[in-house]
Design a protein around this ligand. Structure first.
Ligand SMILES: [Zn+2]
Length: 191
């Protein structure tokens, strides 16, 4: 098996092929969740990029949601622990280029974020724009963009929301308040 490798597409991940010799490792690491959002796995967030096997052992490649993310060390530790508990040896490699994009968050994860009370990133880059409901105002904004015009409330779905702080519970989220149901919520900013 030496030298076999799995390279992931740049977009949201498709289902892993049954023929993937490392499928069991993908399945195993499905239990590793985002340290800041325990309802979504690192794979669903697009953070877990590749699992490769060489003579030296497994190599797990991750791309953190943004460089300097304080949860990065936690992610690495969690992956190592999951491997250890399964009796596997592995090395975690952090790859910063290409930079993580919120486009990589799977649709399943977007639903989970919403159910968890976090508005998922609005607007997508280029080709993925077709997945956005047509009724919505979409700004295909540049990276590190200003907030989009509309961030629907994850609690009640109202688009009557306002940003109260550009930095919420973590730097990658903004704090919003819904003017319809009055609930504050986190908005995961697009990158
Ligand atoms: Zn609301």
């Amino acid at each position: 098996m030496a030298g076999s490798s799995v390279r992931l597409p740049q977009g949201p991940l498709a289902a892993m092929a049954d023929s993937d010799p490392l499928a069991h490792v993908w399945t195993l690491l499905e239990s590793v969740t985002d340290p800041e959002i325990p309802v979504v796995s690192l794979r669903e967030m697009g953070v877990l990029r590749a699992i490769t096997q060489s003579a030296a052992g497994l190599q797990i490649t991750i791309t953190p949601t943004y460089s300097g993310c304080p949860a990065m060390d936690q992610m690495e530790d969690d992956i190592r622990l999951a491997l250890q508990q399964a009796g596997l040896q592995g090395e975690v490699i952090t790859r910063l280029a290409p930079a993580w994009s919120s486009d990589w968050i799977t649709d399943t994860a977007r639903d989970k974020l919403r159910a968890y009370g976090i508005a998922p990133p609005q607007g997508r880059h280029c080709s993925a724009a077709a997945a956005t409901p047509p009724a919505q105002v979409v700004q295909l904004a540049p990276r590190r963009a200003a907030p989009p015009a509309l961030v629907p409330c994850p609690q009640c779905g109202s688009e009557d929301t306002t940003e109260t702080s550009h930095f919420g519970s973590t730097a990658c989220k903004a704090l919003y308040r819904c003017l319809a149901c009055r609930e504050p919520f986190d908005y995961f900013k697009p990158y």
